[in-house]
Design a protein around this ligand. Structure first.
Ligand code: URA
Length: 304
């Protein structure tokens, strides 16, 4: 027979359930039903001309109501009614992934510089991860560096600090870079997905697809001589490979930045190396290969 839990125990159970589901950060002091607010806003607000009514984005309510930043203009998506899975529009859900991916592609292409790209991404509401993340985690290190490292997605520490690889795996990455004479003044660091997935879960394929145009443009604008994909998800997403990182690591691929082709190496993710120290020997070989490649590629003026 089911027995009633006392109130405190019931709340503890509920909290534990939320934590397990990845709801581990409070956005405000008191709960707010954003869906109800969105629906009420939609019912009263006049619809702007030329923009399809796909509903406000989930994090819009978290911004100050006055003078909201100009939203990223929509890329003439198909009419709302014709889009699959648009039931969420009436409840303030983000646009369907295919529409968001199109928007991301258009927005990313418009960025002439890394600063502009960062500003565009800060205003982009098409990725649902933005609603639960604390902030955009754009990059760290030197954008003029000759080598760029790309991981999967920020974790808790990165979400708090707004910089990639600052937690435990970041400390290991720093040590690995130091072993070949690199630090954050001579390397540029980013992630495929720039918003922390709740509870550090793996980004969904849809979330990754939405973010892909941004990281591709970021690589093109940073224009490194060598790209290093840290971990399977980064290598699979950027290099288009199917095999796991154990097979792919240590191999060089051609990466088309959109402006030129550069060598790209797949290597283990530092988080994997923290769990599997035996992999460090192979990672060391990969980093030596990066160092050798950098020595062989003539340095361009102004590149750190
Ligand atoms: N793991 C990643 O892939 N990126 C980070 O920034 C931190 C951990």
């Amino acid at each position: 027979m089911a027995h009633e839990l006392p109130e405190a125990a019931r709340l503890r159970e509920l909290l534990a359930f939320h934590a397990e589901a990845g709801v581990d950060a409070a956005l405000g002091d008191s709960p707010a039903d954003r869906f109800a607010e969105s629906a009420a806003e939609r019912a009263t607000a006049p619809r702007p001309a030329g923009r399809p009514d796909t509903g406000p984005r989930p994090n819009a309510a978290a911004r100050p109501p006055a003078q909201p930043p100009t939203p990223i203009s929509r890329a003439a998506p198909p009419p709302a009614a014709a889009l699959p899975g648009l039931q969420g529009a009436a409840t303030g859900a983000p646009p369907p992934p295919d529409v968001a991916t199109l928007e991301a592609r258009e927005a990313a292409a418009r960025a002439p510089t890394l600063e502009a790209l960062k500003a565009i991404m800060e205003r982009f509401d098409g990725c649902p991860l933005k609603a639960t993340a604390t902030q955009l985690v754009f990059s760290d290190g030197n954008p003029a560096a000759r080598v760029m490292f790309v991981g999967e997605a920020p974790g808790r520490d990165e979400d708090i600090e707004g910089k990639p690889f600052v937690g435990r795996s970041g400390k290991l990455l720093d040590r690995m870079m130091a072993a070949i004479g690199l630090d954050r003044t001579s390397a540029y660091i980013a992630n495929v997905v720039p918003w922390r997935p709740p509870g550090n879960r793996t980004p969904t394929p849809q979330e990754t697809a939405i973010c892909l145009p941004f990281i591709r443009r970021q690589i093109e604008l940073a224009d490194p001589d060598v790209l290093v994909c840290l971990g399977g998800p980064s290598a699979q997403t950027l290099l288009g490979i199917k095999e796991g990182i154990t097979k792919a690591r240590g191999r060089w691929f051609d990466y088309d930045t959109g402006s030129r082709t550069i060598p790209a190496l797949a290597s283990f993710h530092p988080a994997y190396l923290l769990r599997t120290p035996l992999g460090k020997r192979m990672a060391w070989r990969d980093f030596l290969a990066v160092s050798k490649a950098l020595a062989q590629i003539p340095a361009r003026p102004g590149r750190g």
